[in-house]
Design a protein around this ligand. Structure first.
Ligand code: ADP
Ligand code: MG
Length: 261
């Protein structure tokens, strides 16, 4: 297993990689319901360019639904989200999803394609990049996540951590302004979690705007610029990690931290 060595390789690659074009998000009074079930209630959140926002909170509090609204995998009932000042509701969803990428808990890779092909297919099919150029870009992205040596492996021959890094390379290949991460380490074996978290911290240091739903409180404390605590469809508290973790105000956050820390 080369997990840790590969993770540090990504740090070296990162230094030489071009800067990200970081986007801002402004979530304005967002409401969302599944039928009669009100899942998001008056969500307000500002995300500055090049910052990391972690979202924490109990299961069922609406964290995934919030991320899904941000790239319109589901449509909000009311409110708006501005991406660099522009309403996402006025954008074509396909265009929005190139600008706001997403990485999931289950990597959603094509099993019959190699790591390289998985990244290339996103480029050729979604971005319309020509094959030879897509190959070069995909190789660069895989090198960036420390997987140059595994580019011709199929997902079944990669560890969960390596598969997740292919999924991150695929998201990066779209040149997004924002990347959403939904519990991307929750399905990984414990020894593989750190490599993926290190890669995400590296992207944050390089200035990618990221919104990260996570149960990894150590990551949130160390990497986040702001942490939002959600409960029952609301953002109950938001602030710098030191305030959220060391000086929680609301009883619900205090109780949540007592359970998870
Ligand atoms: P979290 O990610 O914080 O666990 P979710 O956003 O997945 O929360 O879910 C919030 C609420 O919405 C939960 O009550 C969940 O059961 C419900 N929910 C999620 N997805 C759907 C769906 N596709 N249809 C109906 N209800 C859903
Ligand atoms: Mg979820």
């Amino acid at each position: 297993e080369l997990e840790s060595g590969e993770a540090s390789a990504s740090l070296d690659g990162g230094a030489a990689s071009p800067a990200f074009k970081a986007g801002s998000l402004d979530v304005r009074d967002l409401d969302m319901a599944y039928g009669d079930l009100q899942v998001l209630k008056q969500i307000r959140l500002k995300v500055e360019p090049g910052t990391v926002t972690c979202i924490i909170g109990p299961s069922g509090s609406g964290k995934s639904t919030l991320l899904r609204c941000l790239n319109r995998l589901v449509e909000p009932k009311a409110g708006d989200v501005l991406l660099d000042g522009e309403s996402i509701l006025a954008m074509r969803p396909e265009r929005l999803r190139r600008r706001v990428g997403m990485v999931f808990q289950h990597f959603n890779l094509f099993p019959n394609h190699t790591a390289l092909e998985n990244v290339m297919l996103a480029l050729t099919r979604i971005k319309g990049t020509a094959t030879s150029q897509a190959r070069r870009q995909a190789e660069a992205r895989l090198a960036e996540v420390g997987l140059a040596a595994r580019k011709d492996y199929r997902p079944s021959r990669l560890s969960g951590g390596q598969q997740q890094r292919v999924a991150i390379a695929r998201a990066l290949a779209m040149d997004p302004e924002v990347i959403l991460f939904d519990e991307v380490t929750s399905a990984l074996d414990p020894e593989l979690v750190k490599g993926v978290l290190n890669l995400m911290a590296d992207l944050g240091r390089r200035g990618m705007t990221m919104i990260v739903v996570t149960h990894e409180m150590g990551f949130a404390r160390k990497v986040a610029d702001q942490v939002a605590f959600m409960d029952e469809g609301r953002i109950v508290e938001v602030g710098p990690p030191a305030d959220i973790f060391d000086r929680p105000k609301s009883p619900r956050l205090k109780q949540f931290l007592a359970e998870v820390l």
